[in-house]
Design a protein around this ligand. Structure first.
Ligand code: FAD
Length: 499
């Protein structure tokens, strides 16, 4: 028997591969373990998506697959196999990897669903002999080794990095980007059944969810995921590059692909996403800056984050060099956007409450930035992102939150903490216009919580930031502020209350 985890749902998990895949007729097993949902308070739309995707896959595979509903993986495995041998592809978390290794009946093959095998990354990292593992170097290495967007040994279009052409401010003349609408799946009887089950579990008091489980927005099947990719490439890829980092209140998706949950469920293979995007450029249908930007996200960032998860090891989750220990307030845990006055945070938290998704910059600069400035415990922040986002899995959360967003690793992943005052949010969005707070105000009635929070953060970590050449200027600027004592007083008074 071959065991498929709930994030191993696409055909590439069943292909023969290098002899490490299941045979054509090997019986398959999937286990829906209720304890997973009991352990954490997930966003309900996320629980819905995962269960819907697993049950849809089970329906597709028909008699070949045994679908077990059990309390734990261990119990499900025992029920389905009675101790007979089972194969599995390497799971995507330390916890699941530890579990399968501890079960003598299970033999574990290499991971699938990523471009770069882990042993290749280890060789690349070793060759760098203690030098930092820069994402940009890794990304170029992936492009060369996997012949992605290359003309011979040169980057297609002449440059490796087109960030300079991207990262533009949002257009001021319109509240939305003029791009085609994203793909929306249609729910079916399996979704109805999932909803009924989730209602029942909640009613039994067995599990508790957060967020709204509106109409399902993300693909639950391979067919839906391919349709979403196709629609993105045909109608939305063109605009991906220029406004990658911009935010618009009325257009949360802008030109983003919304493909992360499909990639992370294994419904799409990253190779097909980058190949298809490259084809769009070669056919003259999409500009190089957008195609390179999209390829960088998948072949660069996604792969890099996956590799760092394993490379940094299990202990990485406990990193906390800034010694941040404050708990997350209730309004944040409950996604209570209505209690928030700051327009940017209110808007983004409402997007998360309603969909379980928001794009990269709101995650980094609005949500992560707020948590970092307030000194919230990075492990709790990681857990919050994991539970709340439809695409959240342990492997992708740890580097993105512990490293990139909370700087809890002291710079193993990024060269400086990513946080800013309201000026950045104002420059990159239309979120400050209607806000009661003013991005330029540090103190007083209209003080922007991000601007005050930024200086309060710099103040608390003055020594560390003064010794980093990328942040020392901020410390010098802070030393020239005449009202730092008032900023401190005001931030203390704010405490846990929603801004
Ligand atoms: P697009 O902007 O269209 O990008 C295309 C694809 O690139 C994504 O679908 C995703 O697969 C990949 N990608 C881009 N950046 C990253 C990255 N940093 N890490 C991994 N993949 C990346 N991504 C997740 O998949 N799951 C998460 O739980 C997650 N949590 C995050 C938490 C924080 C604090 C931050 C700063 C980023 C996080 N990301 C996460 C990365 C990124 O925000 C999402 O992948 C992206 O917003 C998903 O939307 P999209 O599919 O429209 O992405």
């Amino acid at each position: 028997m071959h065991w498929l985890f709930g994030d191993q749902l696409g055909p590439h998990f069943l292909a023969p591969g290098d002899g490490d895949g299941p045979g054509r007729d090997t019986p398959l097993l999937m286990i829906e373990a209720r304890s997973v949902f009991r352990r954490r308070r997930f966003h309900r739309a996320k629980a819905h998506l995962i269960l819907s995707a697993m049950r849809h896959r089970a329906a597709e595979l028909g008699d070949r697959l045994t679908y077990v509903r059990a309390d734990t993986y261990r119990a499900g495995l025992e029920e389905a196999t009675g101790g007979r041998p089972v194969t599995v592809h390497h799971p995507t978390s330390f916890a699941a990897a530890g579990l399968v290794r501890a079960l003598p009946q299970v033999s574990v093959g290499p991971a699938r669903g990523f471009l770069v095998p882990r042993k290749d990354f280890a060789t690349w990292a070793e060759e760098r002999e203690g030098k930092s593992l820069r994402q940009e170097d890794f990304y170029r290495w992936v492009r060369r080794n996997h012949d992605v967007l290359m003309d011979g040994d040169q980057p297609a279009g002449g440059r490796w990095n087109l960030d300079h052409d991207n990262r533009q401010r949002p257009p001021r003349e319109s509240a939305t980007l003029p791009v085609g609408r994203p793909y929306r799946p249609r729910e079916d009887a399996i979704d109805d059944e999932v909803r009924r089950d989730l209602d029942r579990w909640e009613k039994d008091g067995d599990v508790s969810f957060v967020g709204r489980d509106g109409p399902r927005r993300f693909p639950a099947t391979r067919t839906e995921a391919r349709a979403a990719l196709k629609r993105f490439l045909a109608h939305r890829l063109n605009g991906f590059g220029p406004f990658e980092d911009a935010m618009l209140a009325a257009d949360p998706v802008m030109s983003h692909s919304l493909l992360s949950s499909s990639l992370n469920l294994g419904l799409l293979d990253p190779a097909e996403c980058v190949e298809r995007a490259e084809e769009e450029w070669r056919a003259g249908r999409a500009p190089i800056n957008s195609v390179e930007g999209f390829v960088r996200q998948i072949a660069g960032w996604r792969e890099y984050v996956w590799q760092l998860y394993w490379y940094f090891g299990e202990e990485y989750r406990r990193s906390n060099v800034l010694r941040h220990t404050a708990p997350l307030p209730g309004w944040w845990n409950d996604l209570d956007a209505d209690s928030v006055h700051a327009h940017c945070l209110r808007t983004v938290l409402a997007q998360v409450r309603d969909t379980g998704w928001t794009h990269h910059i709101p995650r980094l600069m609005v949500l992560g930035g707020y948590a970092l400035q307030r000194g919230w415990d990075p492990a709790e922040v990681t857990d919050w992102f994991h539970r709340t986002f439809v695409d959240g899995y342990d492997w992708v959360m740890l580097p993105n939150v512990i490293g990139m967003s909370q700087y809890a690793d002291g710079g193993r992943m990024t060269t400086k903490p990513y946080t800013s005052g309201g000026a950045y949010i104002n420059r990159m969005s239309d979120l400050c216009g209607p806000c009661a707070f003013k991005p330029g105000d540090r103190t007083g009635e209209h003080a922007c919580p991000y601007t005050a929070g930024y200086w309060s953060f710099v103040d608390r970590h003055r020594d560390r930031l003064a010794h980093n050449h990328r942040t020392s200027r901020a410390v010098r600027q802070m030393d020239r502020l005449g009202d730092l004592a008032e900023v401190r007083r005001q931030e203390r008074a704010r405490g846990d209350t929603p801004p």
